[in-house]
Write a protein that binds this ligand. Sequence first.
Ligand code: ADP
Length: 229
Amino acid sequence: MITFEHVSKRYPGGTNALLDINFHLEAGEMCFLTGHSGAGKSTLLRLILMLEKSSGGQVMVGGRNLSQTSQRLAPRVRQRIGMIFQDHKLLSDKTVFDNVSLPLMIAGMRYTEIKKRVRAALDKVGLLNKEKSWPLQLSGGEQQRVGIARAIVHMPPVLLADEPTGNLDPKLSEELFGLFGQLNEQGVTVLIASHDLNLIREMGQRVLVLSGGRLVDDIPAQHAGGDSF
Ligand code: ADP
């Protein structure tokens, strides 16, 4: 589903954010991306979203070579990807329902269909009873779950998350990772950037380790629970 072949990214200022990155993520796989701050995690995700272009190598997503894809087609690529940010970017003057429905409204979907899909997404994250609430009436964990509902409402085959538990306490973080696990069990390919090593170990999934822009380890799922990183 996602393949990086000899991918590098050099920012205009001269920073080599990624150097010769190679990995392949199968459809339906769940994987964590870890490494210290500045290791290149966000840059890697931004390449998949076409928010940045690689300086060298090939980025393939769902069979499409992004290095050869015009920026004009970026919205089409992003339609197949759900993205979750640390600060969830909810609109405070819109209800939970309206926040989650936004991607579908933009896509011009009929209201009856929107209603069905928004309710299904809110149900998946356990917030069906909060559809009329305002974001500020929710706890941090609930707000983050609304962000996830919004990211999955158009049923993308790929879900990316950039430090999704950054502002949450350990218990809520664990719940959130559990939710990602459930979505993965339903067939979604999941890639989560996080530096929460304890939680990542508990999940027992594959882990890609970045350091200084290089992929220094690729720990398979069955080994990730040990002391290997
Ligand atoms: P992480 O997500 O692991 O913290 P980033 O991908 O954000 O790492 O950053 C990797 C490196 O690229 C860092 O040295 C950072 O300063 C640099 N960087 C990130 N974004 C930009 C940018 N827009 N312009 C120049 N340098 C950047």
